[in-house]
Ligand binder design. Structure first.
Ligand SMILES: *Cc1c(COP(=O)(O)O)cnc(C)c1O
Length: 410
């Protein structure tokens, strides 16, 4: 404890150290034992030297660890590291990506407030925002790409704009800077779900986003081990609006899961670069396959928002792509898609993403299976669509695995 300002001390860095350095070193100073790898503090509560100290800590006169529902050293290391990568002053860890969004809504909004949200965000996000309707928080869903639709849907009580880019599975890009400008013109905040790019490729706060939401389950962990989440943003906003909800509602991140994500972030930028390079090669190869009618990948010049994506995502397309297989009818396309997926012997058939193991999914029957066919089509998700979240295998093996099924379509 830094006696002077009664704050939990920070790691000391030479001035101007860069993000890759912070990714492996930001956190808390080592404990008295001098460990080089960050410690896992599996403890629910913390002991105070005396009653006066306990009172000061409970009264927030002194920053200290009190109880792991709202403060834990391992969780704080993860929060500081993620904030450093996102370029925000604050971050709060949560038990999952969905609890991060729950915390955001509970902390920032009240009955009578209005939310504007892209129609193309994660399915559970749509469901959650709709559920908040019963508490008087109404959400309007608008186009991922048409800014005019967002402008037209603004109401005097609009308090939050919520976006996710690139979208799943179509990889549609929204213009973060334009949405931030709109939000600020109307006195609202912009939150961006940054799961797909991770801060290694895209830092929404640089483009004016006020809050950045994460599912740590995806690329931050990066090896498919734990469920975790976080909200990044201005420290004062997080301390005043989100922390009190965390204390009472307990959407807390477990120290163990925080530790896994903390260590995962050390390799985030090299993993994202390597997985993105593989995805790019795979996307180019798929574009030349006769059994494939269309490829959706922001890194390809054929992507309708290629230029915007390159500007927003550090010049890289990310590790997720989708493609459509040929077929005369929706039934035939679905059969072909199932055939390609079921012919793979390496890839994992699951709907997670952000793993070192390449994942293959049929969105129309899994992640988007609960929509009607009409809703799916209006979202651009056809029966022939396959999503691939590219991992770290040799990309030639991934191609060969897909070729088994694709070669028999044409
Ligand atoms: C997975 C995911 C979530 C939800 O995260 P959980 O950790 O599973 O709760 C939210 N947004 C996006 C874009 C996701 O991919």
């Amino acid at each position: 404890m830094d006696a002077q300002n009664k704050k939990i001390p920070r790691v000391k860095f030479p001035p101007g150290v860069r993000r890759d350095t912070l990714a492996v070193r930001e956190g808390l100073p080592a404990s008295a034992w001098g460990e080089n790898s960050e410690a896992l503090f599996l403890t629910s509560s913390f002991v105070h030297p005396d009653s006066a100290k306990a009172a000061a800590r409970f009264g927030n006169e002194e920053e200290a660890f009190v109880y792991s529902r709202f403060s834990n050293p391992t969780v704080m290391m993860m929060e500081r590291r993620l904030a450093a990568l996102e370029g925000t002053t604050g971050c709060i860890g949560t038990s999952s990506g969905m609890s991060a969004i729950t915390l955001l809504v509970l902390g920032l909004l009240k009955g009578g407030d209005h939310v504007l949200c892209s129609r193309s965000v994660f399915g559970a996000t749509i469901k959650l925002l709709q559920d908040f309707g019963k508490f008087g928080i109404e959400t309007t869903f608008v186009s991922q790409t048409e800014l005019d639709e967002w402008k037209a849907a603004v109401r005097p009580n609009t308090k939050l704009l919520f976006a996710e880019t690139p979208s799943n599975p179509l990889t549609e890009i929204c213009d973060i800077q334009a949405l931030a400008n709109l939000a600020h013109e109307v006195g609202a905040l912009l939150a961006v779900d940054n799961c797909f790019c991770s801060p290694a490729l895209q830092q929404p706060a640089r483009f004016g986003a006020d809050l950045v939401v994460h599912s740590g389950t995806k690329y931050l962990d990066g090896q498919g081990r734990v469920v975790a989440g976080a909200v990044c943003g201005d420290e004062a906003l997080i301390d005043s609006k989100l922390m009190p909800v965390m204390r009472s509602a307990g959407l807390s991140l477990s120290p163990f899961n925080a530790w896994v994500v903390l260590k995962g972030m050390e390799t985030l930028s090299v993993r994202m670069e390597a997985q993105t390079a593989r995805a790019h090669k795979l996307a180019q190869w798929l574009e030349s396959q006769p059994g494939v009618s269309r490829v959706y990948y922001p890194g390809l010049p054929s992507h309708p928002q290629h230029a915007l994506a390159m500007n927003q995502q550090s010049g890289l397309g990310g590790a997720v792509l989708s493609f459509e297989v040929i077929g005369q009818t929706p039934e035939a396309r679905r059969e072909h898609a199932f055939h390609v997926i079921d012919s793979t012997r390496l890839l994992s058939i699951t709907s997670n993403l952000g793993d070192t193991k390449t994942i293959i999914t049929h969105p129309a029957s899994t992640s988007h299976g609960r929509l009607t066919e009409e809703q799916r089509l209006s979202a651009g998700i056809t029966q022939g669509m396959i999503r691939v979240a590219v991992g770290l295998e040799d990309v030639e093996d991934v191609k060969e695995d897909l070729w088994t099924g694709l070669s028999r379509l044409s």
